[in-house]
Design a protein around this ligand. Structure first.
Ligand SMILES: Cc1cc2nc3c(=O)[nH]c(=O)nc-3n(C[C@H](O)[C@H](O)[C@H](O)COP(=O)(O)OP(=O)(O)OC[C@H]3O[C@@H](n4cnc5c(N)ncnc54)[C@H](O)[C@@H]3O)c2cc1C
Length: 419
């Protein structure tokens, strides 16, 4: 079955897809936004959902609520199973084919296990709210089980020392140090440990040496054990083996070790670049297809200055807006222009009162409490929706003042099931 054609179809309601839909909707372009979830998720904070610092309803917001004023945009909840660049069409799981003048693929990425034996089966990815909820359930389940039976190791392993790995390790280390003593025995609190493993010898590889040193020292100060310069060779159900022969007894492994583009791009037949992503033109179109755009974590983007851009929320959001503008120009008979990225730098939270930031193109360094406040301000501004912002700020205050984790009941554990 083929549905009526739209002027534009957007696959994915993340940072890139929503920004593109907003730009097109504002101009009254008939647009179909398809996402497998009915909600937009704010990935930069999902590690806090996993550590029960904030609830899932602070980071997820219905796409229909975000786009309610964009009358020309229709939101469809469905999984896209195929994408045909030549026909400018996408097919959803129920076999319906949607066609359009322009197609924007903003379907994000998924965990890349780099073929590490056992990783896909036994490690927990951290890319969606669902991932965060299942990780959070299992984390507190592990502490419960180890409290009951001390032969179960209360050890958590985080693989990957980039921003996601560092933020997750910091949050779990602080949970162990400050929250566990309130809820569990002193004995469990004393032996619970979080390990961070990365094959490169530093954490936060893309940041300055100052930031790397600060993050490392801070993580160690709150009790995290760092294994740097050594890779993971196997993830078993109850242990992780490192390349130097170390075996860490752990049934809780968080995979923050890399991302790759999802299956949709693999099956599209388009040539794939680094990480399975599409190497797009500077104007964000796919080489050879001037009406097909690929954005955000699904694309390798080189901007108007020739800089290769990282997979970041700010890049995805600005690219979505830019693609919307380019499509409008093409609809009016003009040509698309190269993406001019406004680089505001990057930042990472290391823990309570501790963050690092490299601000602007000059990468002005900030660390400690002021960077922490800047991180909070930036993330609260970027969060979609006032209700979500209020929930996040309230939860942060509660956590900061009391170390209480009122979001600790996170749903059913996969291991134990529920009734
Ligand atoms: C844990 C974590 C922390 C991060 N922290 C930061 C940070 O602090 N700062 C920062 O700038 N960036 C951060 N990032 C990176 C940032 O979140 C991503 O770069 C950004 O979300 C990419 O946006 P996107 O729109 O390309 O993809 P996404 O936001 O992933 O959106 C993709 C959307 O596509 C949908 N989708 C996928 N496949 C299909 C399909 N087949 N059919 C239908 N729908 C589909 C998904 O449901 C999803 O809604 C972080 C990422 C993670 C995972």
């Amino acid at each position: 079955m083929t549905e009526r054609a739209y002027q534009a179809i957007i696959v994915g309601g993340g940072f890139a897809g929503v920004a593109a839909a907003n730009a097109l909707g504002k101009a009254g372009v008939s647009t179909l936004l398809i996402d497998r979830n009915s909600y937009h998720q704010f990935q930069p904070l999902i590690y806090q959902v996993a550590s029960a610092q904030i609830g899932p309803n602070a980071v997820a917001r219905p796409l229909r609520a975000i786009l309610r004023r964009r009358r020309s945009v229709r939101v469809l909840t469905a999984s896209v199973t195929a994408f045909d660049a030549a026909a400018a069409s996408v097919t959803t799981e129920d076999g319906v084919v949607y066609t359009a003048d322009f197609v924007v693929i903003a379907s994000g990425a998924e965990a890349n296990y780099f073929g590490t034996p056992g990783a896909e089966e036994n490690a927990y990815p951290l890319y969606s709210v669902t991932d965060a909820l299942s990780l959070g359930s299992e984390l507190f389940d592990l502490f419960d089980d180890s409290d009951r039976d001390p032969s179960i190791a209360a050890e958590v392993v985080v693989v990957g020392g980039g921003p996601t790995g560092v933020e997750t390790t910091g949050a779990i280390a602080e949970t162990i140090k400050y929250v566990l003593p309130h809820y569990y025995s002193a004995e469990l609190s004393a032996r619970a440990t979080v390990h961070l493993v990365d094959m490169v010898p530093v954490v936060l590889g893309a940041f300055s040496e100052k930031s790397q040193r600060y993050a490392r020292e801070r993580l160690e100060r709150v009790g995290a054990q760092l294994h740097l310069g050594v890779g993971v060779t196997e993830v078993g159900p109850d242990s992780v083996t490192l390349a130097d022969g170390t075996v860490i007894p752990s049934r809780m492994v968080v995979w923050a070790g890399g991302l790759k583009a999802g299956q949709l791009l693999t099956s599209s037949g388009l040539p794939q670049g680094r990480g399975g992503r599409i190497d797009v033109n500077p104007d964000l179109t796919v080489p050879g297809f001037e009406r097909i755009y690929v954005l955000g974590d699904a694309a390798n983007i080189t901007d108007a200055r020739g800089d290769k851009l990282p997979q970041l929320g700010s890049v995805a959001k600005q690219a979505g807006h830019w693609a919307g503008r380019n499509i409008l120009a093409q609809l009016r008979g003009g040509t698309p222009s190269p993406f001019d990225y406004n680089d505001k730098g990057y930042m990472a939270m290391v823990g309570r009162g501790a963050a690092v930031a490299e601000i602007g193109r000059r990468r002005t360094h900030m660390q400690g409490f002021f960077a922490f406040v800047a991180w909070l301000a930036v993330h609260v501004t970027l969060l979609s929706g006032w209700t979500q912002r209020t929930r996040a700020v309230f939860a942060w205050f509660e956590d900061y003042l009391s170390h209480s984790r009122s979001n600790v009941v996170l749903g059913a554990s996969r291991r134990r099931g529920s009734d």
